[in-house]
Design a protein around this ligand. Structure first.
Ligand code: CP
Length: 351
């Protein structure tokens, strides 16, 4: 692995090795205090973050490395109109690894075309969030023993929730996982993921009600309605508060259920759930730091490699208004297959 852009690109054996290392770090952190000694991580957050930004920073510091970057692009020359390509060319000359969150879908893939050092996707718009998936899989494996054979409820904004999209991609690597996709019709999963699940023969059912399916679940993964992704504020108003998990609703759930949430939460889990032993979302955020340590050990210690030259684009072939190719017009017109369908290689939208 050179970059981590989409968890779907990570072979299962590489994930198993990363999980094994994350477990070792949790058990014996003192053995890893110098694992990234002398290495430098650049952290570029074009969108707000608490967990991803801070856990990457603490991960690097705990490995003996150091971190620079921004948490607000207005404090950099991005505010003067610098392109993503130029920013990446610059920081990849200063750092050994780049962690990037950006509001445009496919932005991390775009950055990887121009970087001399590994790029880690810390969230690209409503598209993907692969290191959150590392936190999620670490939590499930650590607390349930295995991911295979689980019934997983994904609840909330499945259209815009990048954590859910990455988790679905990841679950294709495990056996007999059943998905209950719980969302209002306006916020159902994107079509390309429906096609992906079909192509990978993944059992799933789309429902609108949470309570009827709770008793069947081994994992309930709640998500917030992603207000910042709505073009129409009235659509947000119609959907906000639609699913609220309370302690009372958990009465019919399995004793072994894991209640997960990538966080931040708004109102979709009431605080009386926090003290239920099945609520593991704060542990999930901490496991994410160890998973990110395991990843940084691999990627921050790689050789610097100049990327191959890429074609200069003239106009976007992708019509998704949230695709990075709409704002970074020099990007090449890259296409990939999802089953039989031609898709944008940056944001996965069908062409
Ligand atoms: N889960 C997650 O990505 O949280 P932040 O937005 O706070 O990083």
């Amino acid at each position: 692995m050179r970059h981590l852009i989409d968890f779907g690109d990570l072979p299962r054996e590489e994930w198993d090795a990363l999980y094994a290392r994350a477990s070792q770090i949790m058990d014996r952190p003192q053995d890893y205090m110098d694992a990234c000694h002398g290495r430098v991580c650049c952290s570029l957050f074009y969108e707000p973050s608490t967990r991803t930004n801070f856990s990457f920073q603490t991960a690097m510091l705990r490995l003996g490395g150091s971190v620079f970057g921004f948490a607000d692009p207005k404090s950099s020359s991005v505010a003067k109109g610098e392109t993503l390509k130029d920013t990446i060319k610059m920081v990849s000359g200063y750092a050994d690894v780049v962690v990037m969150r950006n509001p445009m879908e496919g932005a991390a893939k775009a950055a990887s075309l121009y970087s001399d050092v590994p790029i880690i996707n810390a969230g690209d718009g409503g598209h993907m969030h692969p290191t959150q998936t590392m936190a999620d899989l670490t939590t499930i494996t650590r607390l349930h023993g295995s991911v295979d054979g689980l019934s997983v409820g994904l609840c909330g904004d499945l259209k815009n929730g990048r954590t859910v999209h990455s988790l679905i991609k990841a679950m294709a690597k495990f056996k007999n996982v059943k998905f209950f996709l719980i969302a209002p019709r306006d916020l159902a999963i994107p079509d390309y993921l429906r096609q992906f699940m079909k192509a990978h023969d993944m059992w799933n059912v789309e429902v609108t009600g949470l309570e009827p399916v709770i008793p069947q679940l081994d994992v309930l993964y709640m998500t917030r309605i992603q207000r910042e992704r709505f073009v129409d504020p009235l659509e947000y108003e119609r959907n906000k508060g639609i699913y609220i998990l309370s302690r009372a609703k958990l009465e019919r759930a399995k004793p072994s259920l894991l209640v997960m949430h990538p966080l931040p939460r708004v109102d979709e889990i009431t605080i009386d759930v926090d003290d239920d032993p099945r609520a593991v979302y704060f542990d999930q955020a901490r496991y994410g730091m160890f998973a990110r340590m395991a990843l940084l050990m691999d990627l921050a210690n790689q050789e610097r490699i100049a990327p191959d030259a890429v074609e200069i684009g003239t106009k976007p072939v992708c019509h998704n208004p949230r695709c990075v190719t709409q704002s970074e017009l020099y990007l090449p017109p890259l296409v990939k297959k999802n089953g039989d369908v031609d898709c944008c290689a940056f944001c996965d939208a069908p062409l």
